[in-house]
Write a protein that binds this ligand. Structure first.
Ligand code: THU
Length: 132
């Protein structure tokens, strides 16, 4: 896992951020991730006049994940308008958890962390199976 090129991945997130549609918040976000099979997927936030319908950058990223063949995420980063690392919101941590590999690393405001560190004891697909 230490072979992840975080600078290159952040550059992809920056490129995605530049495509954000943010007429309301003026707060563009870009996200990028590496899949288990080595693809890079990315996304930007897409807002809506009905504010609550805003798609976070992570939502777009998950769409890209499926549009390009699906699979699981092994590394993720997210940036703001200045290219600084941004923490995924709580909802998006749950979203990422759903599509995470057994070990998924995230570049965060407090260093490289695992998905389990950023959403401890997460509710997930396994709970649906085990608690029927
Ligand atoms: N935003 C994201 O795209 N991802 C996050 O994880 C945090 C928030 C977006 C949503 C909204 O368009 C803008 O940032 C301000 O909240």
């Amino acid at each position: 896992m230490s072979e992840i090129n975080w600078d290159a991945l952040r550059a992809k997130a920056n490129a995605a951020m530049k495509k954000a549609y943010v007429p309301y918040s003026k707060f563009p976000v870009g996200a990028a991730a590496i899949t288990e099979d080595g693809r890079v997927v990315s996304g930007c936030n897409i807002e809506n006049a009905s504010y609550g319908l805003t798609l976070c950058a992570e939502c777009s990223l998950v769409s890209d994940l499926f549009a390009t063949g699906g699979g699981r995420l092994i590394a993720f980063t997210c940036v703001d308008a200045h290219g600084n690392v941004l923490m995924p919101c709580g909802r998006c941590r749950q979203l990422l958890f759903e599509h995470s590999a057994e070990v998924m690393l995230l570049e965060t405001v407090s260093g490289i962390k695992t998905i389990n560190q950023v959403i401890p004891d997460a509710f997930g697909p396994r709970d649906l199976e085990e608690r029927k």
